[in-house]
Ligand binder design. Structure first.
Ligand code: HEM
Length: 395
């Protein structure tokens, strides 16, 4: 009997890893209640991410949002775009994410981690999300953009509200908060852009303003591009750090190994991304008629790609449910997508992850959960609102 799943059902609310594992075994190409198709196998998800027969469902993403600034964001954010607009945005921002530019941020990330852990030292317990996992990426992205961190609250709250509105199940209240967040961020950042025009620097925001002058982006597009970077670069990285630390706390032998073998950290970050990714699913649309196994998929059909399932596919990863920090092919995870839509900030997120876990392991001992963390509700994003932990200062 064919199983049909409904992503708006409660079982999808907190990252449906159990359901995805079952579908991988029993029915990796699954009809969705709304007529779409869910793909779970690594090979199928990798194909859908890279094939020109598949595109992003721009109209669907934009049309779901209420009229107003949040819908304007939907129209102008590169994460919903396809070429040629997508190519124009990508060309505008990618110079800021070159390997050289990202490596040049190493010292800043290092100092920021030290400062945050230094503050954690004053106590022997706290909320890992509020104390470390949230402020690190906000501070780094603000530094990259050249935005003062005094407005961190506005940036954090505005982008958090907008992120919640991007979920496939959003309530009218969440849409209202997302609209208020979009308005506040747009107004504030428009003023920052105007000021930066007068005194440009070497930051990402000045680069975007220069691109506007070269007529590659309109003024509004520059502001929406900045908001996109804030949203894309912020909570995702928070969840990499939170989900990664939680995985370590639940596997003390892995935490011990990481302390003893710090050279493993880069691979450990890949394994955290594979094991419990910040984005569980992505949405796409067939650009022409295609077929997967016996399933004919007509042009226009919505595709839900389960990154979480692909990362646990036993055809690709041996013992996929085991957290193995030394896994040879951990980097095959699809958590940053792939192909022409590959996450623009993947090298930056990987750098932040590597430095953060190196510092956490060397400075803090006996890191343990103080109580269960509060999971954030959502189909797409997987993470925690808080993560109470206790620890000891190790030096
Ligand atoms: C662990 C952290 C991160 C994860 C898991 C992640 C994941 C992703 C994924 C899956 C996509 C593709 C979305 C789609 O095609 O539907 C994406 C796109 C994007 N990400 Fe990330 N991201 C992370 C961090 C960052 C950071 C730090 C930045 C920048 C500061 C960033 C900027 C972007 C941008 C601009 C795009 C759009 C790329 C495009 O459309 O070509 N991300 N990210």
């Amino acid at each position: 009997m064919t199983i049909t799943v409904d992503p708006t059902a409660p079982e999808f609310r907190y990252g449906a890893i159990g359901l995805f594992s079952r579908l991988l075994r029993e029915q990796p190409v699954t009809p969705l209640a709304d007529g779409g198709v869910l793909l779970c196998r690594h090979a199928d998800v990798a194909w859908a991410l890279t094939s020109h027969d598949v595109r992003r469902p721009t109209e669907w993403s934009v049309g779901r949002k209420p009229e107003g600034p949040f819908r304007d964001f939907g129209r102008n954010n590169m994460i919903s775009m396809n070429p040629p607009d997508h190519t124009r945005f990508r060309h505008a921002i990618m110079p800021a994410f070159s390997r050289k530019r990202v490596e040049a941020l190493t010292d800043f990330v290092d100092r920021t981690c030290e400062a945050l852990i230094g503050r954690m030292r004053e106590r022997d317990s706290g909320d890992f999300i509020a104390d470390f996992a949230m402020p690190l990426p906000v501070t780094v992205i603000c530094h990259m953009l050249g935005i003062p961190t005094e407005e961190e609250n506005l940036l954090r709250e505005g982008s958090g509200a907008m992120l919640a509105g991007l979920e496939i199940v959003a309530t009218p209240e969440e849409f209202a908060r997302a609209t208020a967040g979009a308005t506040a961020l747009f107004d504030y950042l428009s003023a920052v852009v105007r000021a930066r025009e007068q005194s440009p620097g070497d930051d990402l925001l000045s680069l975007l303003v220069r691109n506007e002058r070269e007529h590659k982006l309109t003024r509004d597009e520059v502001v929406w591009a900045i908001i996109t970077l804030l949203i894309a670069g912020h909570e995702t990285t928070t969840h990499l750090l939170g989900n990664g630390l939680l995985a370590l706390m639940r596997h003390p032998e892995a935490m011990r190994r990481l302390r003893e073998e710090p050279g493993l950290t880069e691979n450990a970050v890949e394994e955290f991304l594979r094991y419990d990714p910040p984005l569980y699913v992505l949405f796409r649309q067939a650009a022409r008629d295609v077929r997967i196994d016996d399933t004919a998929i007509a042009e226009g059909t919505h595709l839900m790609l389960s990154i979480a399932a692909a990362n646990r596919d036993p055809l690709h990863f041996e013992s996929p449910d085991v957290l193995d920090l030394g896994r040879a092919n951990a980097r095959d995870n699809l958590s940053f997508a792939a192909g022409r839509y590959l996450c623009a900030g993947h090298a930056l997120a990987r750098l932040e992850g590597r430095i953060a876990f190196q510092k956490l392991m060397s400075r803090l001992a006996d890191i343990r959960p103080a109580r269960d963390p509060a999971p954030r509700e959502g189909v797409m994003f997987k993470g925690y609102h808080d993560m109470p932990v206790s620890y000891r200062w190790a030096g």
